[in-house]
Design a protein around this ligand. Structure first.
Ligand code: ATR
Length: 279
């Protein structure tokens, strides 16, 4: 029987992870099956227990269970610990559950390796203060951003997050209105505003000349935030499809010890990406 893996979330029918992992398995000649699991909103722990009791080897975890997965893990990678969220669960040979977070690595790999953005010395604005934002703060700082401003509609959440990460670098938290007069080389949108085609209310002039924007959402057309970027002088306006594939590759590597090629599946999905999705 092939090794069993799955992605668990609610909703889950939109998830591209089965297609991505099937492509990775084919490419690296690994024998595995990877399915979608609709998680029970009131019994996530039970779903996870049953999956692993039934010979499951690894689970990807998506909205809204990443924080619960963090709490369920018996041990966690440093990335997961810092992110406060887990997107990859692995059952270890001794039966304990290990939690990892590959979202940050996925963003950095897409931004820097696939697209060539140099984070060193950049002034970076991170929009949002939920789980998606929290997972990428440390990787952005570790990549050498000179300044990271976390701005959120609810300012207090951004301030709290910035305090939590202050030890890792120059981080400030504020509300969206406090961005007036500030300019950035890179704006990363980690809000869920785009799911309703909205854009966070930021000043029109907060991107430096030559600056980039990165929307963690993806869409078959431009996302609302990509459109904002292009209308306000962004040199590049990227969506999160590459991040999705790269975080999957990182999980695949953790599970199988082989690193798949990501470019072919990014190209393949580019043609058929669903509108307004994440994870
Ligand atoms: P996730 O785990 O995907 O990050 P979340 O924890 O619900 O989801 O966080 C969603 C983020 O998007 C929050 O930062 C939220 O701002 P608030 O903390 O003020 O709620 C942000 N967000 C959602 N809709 C938004 C909108 N229309 N404009 C600006 N920010 C928005």
């Amino acid at each position: 029987m092939p090794d069993r893996y799955a992605v668990i979330g609610n909703p889950i029918s939109h998830s591209k992870s089965p297609q991505i992992h099937a492509e990775f398995a084919l490419q690296t000649r690994q024998s595995l099956e990877y399915s979608r699991l609709l998680g029970d909103l009131t019994d996530f722990a039970g779903d996870v227990r049953r999956f692993f009791a039934d010979a499951g080897r690894g689970l990807n975890v998506t909205v809204p269970f990443k924080v619960q997965a963090w709490a369920l893990a018996n041990e966690r990678s440093p990335q997961a610990e810092l992110a406060g969220a887990v997107n990859t669960l692995t059952q270890l040979p001794n039966g304990r559950l290990r939690g990892d977070n590959t979202d940050g690595a996925g963003l950095m790999r897409d931004l820097t390796h696939n697209h060539g953005f140099d984070v060193r010395g950049a002034r970076v604005l991170l929009l949002g203060a939920g789980g998606a934002a929290q997972g990428v703060i440390q990787p952005l700082l570790a990549a050498g951003a000179t300044q990271l401003v976390i701005a959120n509609r609810t300012a207090s959440k951004a301030v709290e997050l910035a305090e939590k990460f202050a030890i890792a670098g120059a981080v400030n938290g504020c509300g969206l209105e406090a961005l007036a007069g500030q300019q950035f080389d890179l704006i990363v949108n980690a809000t869920s505003a785009g799911l309703t085609n909205a854009v966070p209310a930021i000043p029109n002039d907060c991107l430096n000349a030559g600056g980039w924007i990165y929307d963690m959402l993806y869409s078959d057309q431009c996302t609302a935030f990509q459109r904002w970027g292009l209308a306000h002088g962004a040199a590049r306006a990227l969506d999160g499809l590459g991040m999705l594939v790269e975080q999957a590759a990182e999980s695949f590597w953790l599970w199988r010890g082989v690193r798949p090629e990501t470019a072919p599946i990014i190209t393949q999905l580019r043609g058929v990406a669903a509108a307004g999705s994440r994870g």
